[in-house]
Write a protein that binds this ligand. Sequence first.
Ligand code: IVH
Length: 672
Amino acid sequence: MKEIPEEIKKEIEKLVKELNYHNYRYYVLDSPVISDEEYDMMLRRLKELEEQWGYILPDSPTQRVGASPSEKFEKVEHREPMLSLDNAFSIEELREFDARIKRLLGTNESIEYTVEPKYDGLAVELSYKNGVFFKAGTRGDGYVGEDITQNIKTIKAIPLRIEGVDKVPDEIDIRGEVYMNIDEFERINKERQERGEPVFANPRNAASGSVRQLDPSITARRKLHMACYGIGYYSGIEIKSQFDFIEWLRKARFPIPAYIKIARGVDEVINAIKELERIRQTYPFETDGAVVKVNDFELQKRLGTKTREPRWAIAYKYPAHQGITRLINILSSVGRTGVITPVAILEPVRIGGVTVSKSTLHNWDEIKRKNIKIGDYVIVERAGEVIPHIIGVVIDRRTGNETEPEAPAHCPICGAKIVREPGEVALKCINLNCPAQVEERIKHFASRRAMNIEGLGDKTVSLLHERGLIKNFVDIYKLKQDHLRDLPGFAELSSKKLIEAIERSKRTTLARFIYALGISQVGEYAAKLLAEHFRTIEDLYHVKMEQLIKIPQIGEKTARAIEQFFNNEENLEAIDELKRMGLTVENPDYQEKEKPLPIKGLTFVITGTLPRPRHEVQEIIEQAGGRVSSSVSRNTDYLVVGEDPGSKLTKAQELGVKTVSFEELLKLIRQD
Ligand code: IVH
């Protein structure tokens, strides 16, 4: 390794320290003190230095991503078991818990407790040695979990080095909950739904699925958070109570629970729980209760644990926002990519102050799995901001008059046959002209990166679609200035401009055109790959999956979607109509298959007058892999001889270079 100058070392160390601090300001405190640009500039400088000198600190922010996917999770042992919690479902049970503790401790005095939110996520243990993060594991069975070190590193709120405290512990295992905010959960589910992938049932499953990922780059793309609330094995520091520990975590720059209160005696506990029940509604994440812990670590030790739960803590569960009502019917709604989602129509019921009369059922598999029938009484839950969902059926209330719901065979909007991709849960309507999808498809078609029709933005498309002027993207090209002039916001000039832009868009590339078609699974990248392999759009008509999966990077799912699209006559008819209206598709991306080069590496010289102009002959030779030189030498392989040859022929004969006529040259090229 290169000798690193002391000042470079110092600069790297300073950058890591500063970047980590700003990272903490941003992700933990939510109050940055520098701009994103400044942060990026510092990070870029650090990357440069690290690359140049190979000096990378373990807590460098550059080490948060970049690990490659693994085959399976390694195991991690917890040095202290990770326990679960007993539940209390009522204030009564909470009082019993307090009484039990007093009895066990042999005291009548009020006990000091802490009250914290119960995060609904995935319990994780972080291990630090000499203040540096080195390992993370899931809870597993409490004794052995899975090694998720690489994934955890991508969570920016988790410090890679313990800083800010007077004394850094030699070793410490810190426990907490990894969770996902509700808006991130909804964003991911929307994306999955559009791609026809199974959706996560709740933010907890989404967080857990994101952490237990063999590919850390997927974890990195999901916004995950952590709240640290517990301590496992530790040495080299002294901590007296839960409250002090949370204080210590705060100083050490760890993300801590959004709420922690000391409560003396059970009545104060109850007050805190009530306060938290109100506050938790404002949190962007889900909590399902409050955790009550005996504050003093010494007392915790005296109380000890049962097999799986400590005696010194309990989870008070808030009543879930649930209700029971009758399922009247199941309808289907069609999303913009054609995904058909079942929607439950419910007898209106009030849950948590809101009237619920509809709920999503995610997909038809879920209906089967939950054994839901029309007419059933179902348990509906409204968790946080999330759209209500059906958790299950009250089987006892069945009368026998319930009917088996049936997945639709035809699109409820356009009547086209619905397809289901094997191995997929989503049902789909793949009719391009389906009105439910049309507006969104047209917007996509006209968008900048697709056909790039300037002036035909989302609002204009909506307007034209509403007025019945465009029913599909073919109609765009049938628009006349007369149609536009009277529309709100369309003066003479802008309608003229739009017509011109539409006209201009007729000349496009195959990659853009394929992307514009909005084939499911086919984004810009896949469109470009297709353009590289198929010269024209017609070459894709009736294409078969087998052909498509030969293209590296095109997976089975994408191949299937493409096959389905181009095997649909209506879709082909729409494309043909566009072409009849003047669509010209160029394909600069097409990569000709490697042609045979029969005269590769051979050198030719030309003399005399040939049946074709000299430059053409040269091109013929070069296209077949040969080279053309202007004078004969020992390196010449053939002299191509025409009429009235010059001195080159004599020279060739002297050197014993073979001569060929133009016809013989063509034979040479064709034969091989
Ligand atoms: S303390 C020995 N505190 O709830 C104490 N747990 O149902 C056990 N949880 O496994 C952990 N928020 O995953 C504790 N503030 C909090 C918590 C919390 C959520 C989870 C944790 C635990 C589960 C038990």
